[in-house]
Structure formats: structure tokens, C-alpha cells
Design a protein around this ligand. Sequence first.
Ligand code: AMP
Length: 302
Amino acid sequence: MSILVVGSVAYDTVETPFGRAERVLGGSATFFAIAASFFAPVNLVGVVGDDFGDEQMEVLRKHGVDLQGLERSAGKTFHWQGKYSFDLNARDTIRTDLNVFEFFKPKIPAAYRRCEHVFLGNIDPVLQRDVLEQVEKPKLVVCDTMNFWISGKPEELRKTLARVDVLLINDAEARQLSGEWNIVKAARAIRALGPRALLIKKGEHGVLMFSDEGSFAAPAYPLEDVFDPTGAGDSFAGGFVGYLAGAGELNEAALRRAAVMGSTLASFCVEAFSVDRLQRLTRAEIDERFRLFKRLTHFEAI
Ligand code: AMP
């Protein structure tokens, strides 16, 4: 069962307390696609400029990502620059050069329209809805968004959320979107807007999932070395949607396993700059860490 992802393909410049990476491969669709490719075929819709290298295209191709939907426009590729302090949960955006992304209008190739699993990366909610107009009855629509759209286009975002099955956001965004400080109340208010399930990401403190069956918590994997958190959220989404597409199930047990698979892929992503760790990853390593997650969270009843 193949997956459709729409989002940014970027050059990132990232500074962490441990080093700096200049114009390396990034973007929400990139991290998502590589993470999801371990579980199911991925079709990518996005845009790059004429400066986007063959080497970067090859990274995506090597993972079997279908690039028919990756437009190449005259101009420069989207560029994002961010800086992390010792608190790797917080980052400052130093600059965002939209470049060719400014005029991006997703066009879904005919061959992608019947994808049953759709991931709407963090883009304008109007464009996210445009994508939904072009696909045929997906089984699962998962969406990401950010503070920029929550404050900038609240009404458009609400219309999009009404058509979304699962929303992935961080805790600050959940509070901003709902106007509730308490996360449980925030989750109830957000689920009333449409999403059947809500996953609230809390960086190194893991993720909370709220669904019809109540709540579920998955920790972040306790790593000794966290190098660069960029892309963790999108890798989480890739593991989450990828697992569900591969398993072909959407029940509560599958959603819980998917949340842990998301945490598994995110834990690898942060071990190196850009997609360096995801690129070298094997399915055996993923399965082994997933197993360690089971051990990490297991305890006997009294
Ligand atoms: P995250 O998973 O939240 O760490 O996402 C990081 C990725 O988001 C980076 O690789 C950036 O290229 C990309 N990004 C940052 N700002 C934006 C934006 N405004 N729109 C789309 N993508 C962005």
C-alpha cells in the first residue's frame, strides 16, 4: 500500500552545540519519505530549484522514493537555517528562504491519486486541502502543522482539520491551537475539530497519543548522543504512517505500534546531521530498537 507525501524538500544549514552543517539535504518531505520507505513505497510531491543536486536526488531514489511528483522550477531550492542551544528541545530559526517554495502549488500525478495513506507535511492549510481535492478516498490522512499557520490562517486550518484523521503537533502548538493550557483538555478540544487521533510530540520527553480508546504514551529512546534534532518530527511521521501503510491496519493496537515505530525512526534521525543516519539505516536495526522500546516500557502488574 503506497504512501503520498506532500511537503518541503530543502537545503538546511544547521548549528548545534556539537557542530555545523552547511546546505545539507533537509525538508519535511525528505525526512518523512526516507523514514517511511522502510515500510511501504513512497510517492513524493514537492518542488526544488535548478540548484538541487543529482547527489541529493540519488539519496531519495536509493530508498525507492518515486520522484515523478517532484517539480523542478527555475530558481533556488527552499533553504532553512536553524540553531540549537544546549537545550536541544528548543531551536531558533535564523532564516527561511522560501525561494521556489513560495509559489508551490501541489500537483498530484495521476499515478499517485489512489494512494491510501496521505501525509500532509507542514505547508499552507489551503494547499493541504488542495491535495485532498486531488486524491481519491484515502483510508488515512495524517497532517502536520506549526505555529505559523495556527496564528496566521486559523480558519483555513480548521477547514483542513475537519478532513484529517490524525494530527501530529508539539505541545506548545496544541496549547496554541486549542487555547487550553492543560494538554488533556487541549486534546479533547482539538479532536472535536476533526482528527480521530491526535499525537502530541514532546521532543526528548516522547509522545502522547489521544484516540477513541483513551490515551497512550511512548517515551523517546534514551540516547547517549543526540547530535541534531532537525527532522525528528518528520521522521516520526514517516515511521508512524509507514508502519500503518505496511501493516494495512488502523485499529488501536496498530496506532500504538505506529507511535512507537515513529519514536524509533525519530531516535535514529537525531543521531547525526541531516539524513545521514537514516540513509545508513537497515530494517534489522529498526526492528532491534523497536524491540528495545518494548523492554524500555514493560513492567509487571502488582
Ligand atoms: P522538524 O521535523 O520539525 O525538525 O522539521 C525540520 C525540517 O522542516 C527542516 O529540514 C526544514 O527544511 C523544514 N522546514 C523548516 N521551516 C519550514 C517551513 N516554513 N515550511 C516547510 N518546511 C520547513
